[in-house]
Design a protein around this ligand. Structure first.
Ligand code: ADP
Ligand code: MG
Length: 439
């Protein structure tokens, strides 16, 4: 397949097969002059050319690998801007696939499906970090792809991620790889205890982690995890958890959302507050600077979320990165003039990046599947949405998942208000009405 940049917005022929939704016409070809200008935004054209690009809005097909809620919210943002979106997701029950113009039901590595995306899409992104990097590389040979496969591969693997933190001069928790039985039994690990043993790959929402207090527990936990490559890191005294979302364009320009303060329950994000109520301005500024440094060091293009711990002594430690929009950035849809999904779209399509502005303080409550069961039982129920929507400033986002399961992200609620105290007070009332704990 020949390499091409963003030029053929809507210009490529070839019907997408396997489409669940009505097949979309691929639109009229762009005028040649515009096509040339847009082409300058392709990675092959180099960073300097990106600034002069004139991307075409309102035409063309964009691709997404992955069919979850992050893809769904990207689809919404792209469609608002007049784009059509094709989602590659094997699962028929797909939040993103249901919203997309085209749902390609095939494996992420399916050669024919990737070829279809490459031929029909002007640019392709991903909505989850465990997308096979090889799929991104295959696509990148033919069309614009962001984020870059190399950066995604770093974020897929905790040990590589920590190496990237070290290389960029970004502090992270003291840690050691645990890859072999010998590693797992090494007396030197005692220096990292009490700690948390984490699988190097495929962990999320606290899964693939075990708290460990003795060297014997490390060996036992590693064996219980099936002897897969792990990282042991020291348990740190956390005062707060925060995250920063940055977006970096092909021209190297970086913008960011305000720093988010996050509360996790059982390893899963529960509440995000913006502005971060307990974080000094200097700490927030430092977190932004570190996230920008990481984006630069990775030569990143797209939306990158960096999670940090604020320790008891006030110092900042990077925890992990996500090469995509992040749960902690969902508030930006309702509280910022440019959301994290708008940023993903802009970086993907070579559209201008402007600094997002928080126009309203916000509190986001994650809505997990537990809410669909009566407390302490398996009796299904429907949360009292009218009671929640009766609250001023409450905005409900449900992801269209047919089946509720405990711990499954079903949606989120964003509460905005004219001031932070009101947003928090209203969110606390919403929590009561939903049966969620206070924060
Ligand atoms: P996941 O990929 O599941 O989000 P994280 O590494 O972010 O994994 O860990 C989940 C949560 O566990 C964190 O948000 C934090 O609350 C807690 N945690 C993780 N690592 C540490 C650590 N080194 N010290 C203290 N708490 C930690
Ligand atoms: Mg995390």
């Amino acid at each position: 397949m020949a390499r091409r940049g963003l030029a053929p917005f809507g210009a490529k022929g070839g019907a997408v097969t396997g489409a669940a939704n009505p097949p979309a016409s691929l639109g009229a070809a762009m005028p040649a002059a515009a096509a040339q200008a847009v082409d300058a935004a392709s990675p092959a054209a180099g960073d300097a050319a990106g600034a002069a690009a004139r991307p075409v809005v309102g035409a063309g097909l964009l691709g997404v690998l992955g069919g979850g809620q992050l893809g769904r919210m990207f689809v919404h943002a792209a469609q608002v801007h007049g784009f059509r979106v094709a989602v590659l997701e094997p699962d028929a029950a797909s939040p993103a696939g249901a919203a997309a113009d085209v749902h390609l039901r095939a494996a992420y590595t399916d050669a024919a499906a990737l070829d279809e995306l490459a031929r029909t899409c002007a640019a392709v992104t991903t909505e989850f970090e465990n997308v096979p990097a090889a799929a991104l590389r295959t696509l990148a040979a033919c069309c614009a792809v962001s984020p870059p496969a190399d950066a995604v591969e770093v974020c897929q693997h905790r040990a590589r991620e920590k190496a990237a933190f070290d290389a960029a001069g970004v502090p992270c928790a003291p840690h050691a790889p645990v890859v072999t039985a010998e590693d797992a039994a090494a007396p030197a690990l005692a220096g990292l205890l009490p700690g948390i043993l984490k699988t190097s790959s495929l962990g999320y929402d606290g899964k693939g982690q075990a708290p460990v207090s003795t060297t014997g527990e490390v060996a036992a936990a590693w064996a219980a995890m099936g002897g897969v490559p792990c990282v042991l890191e020291r348990r740190l005294p956390l005062r707060h958890e925060i995250s920063v979302i940055v977006a970096r364009g092909r021209d190297g320009k970086v913008v960011h959302l305000p720093v988010q303060q996050n509360l996790h329950r059982q390893g899963i994000l529960a509440v995000t507050q913006v502005p971060a109520p307990d974080v000094p301005a200097a700490t927030a500024a430092q977190a932004v600077a570190l996230a920008q440094r990481l984006a630069q060091a990775l030569q990143y293009v797209g939306v990158l979320c960096v999670e940090f711990f604020v320790l008891d002594d006030g110092t900042l430690v990077a925890n992990e990165m996500a090469p995509r929009p992040h749960n902690s950035g969902h508030y930006s849809i309702d509280a910022c003039d440019v959301s994290q999904f708008d940023l993903q779209l802009r970086t993907l399509a070579g559209l201008p990046l402007v600094a997002p502005r928080l126009h309203s303080p916000a509190v986001m409550l994650n809505l997990l599947g537990d809410l669909w069961f009566t407390a302490g039982s398996d009796t299904p129920r429907t949360p009292d949405w009218p009671a929640v929507l009766a609250l001023p400033g409450a905005r409900l986002h449900l992801y269209g998942k047919a089946e509720a399961r405990r711990g499954r992200k079903m949606g989120h609620l964003t509460v905005t208000a004219a001031d932070a105290a009101t947003a928090r007070a209203t969110a606390l009332r919403a929590a009561v009405r939903l049966g969620l704990p206070a924060f």
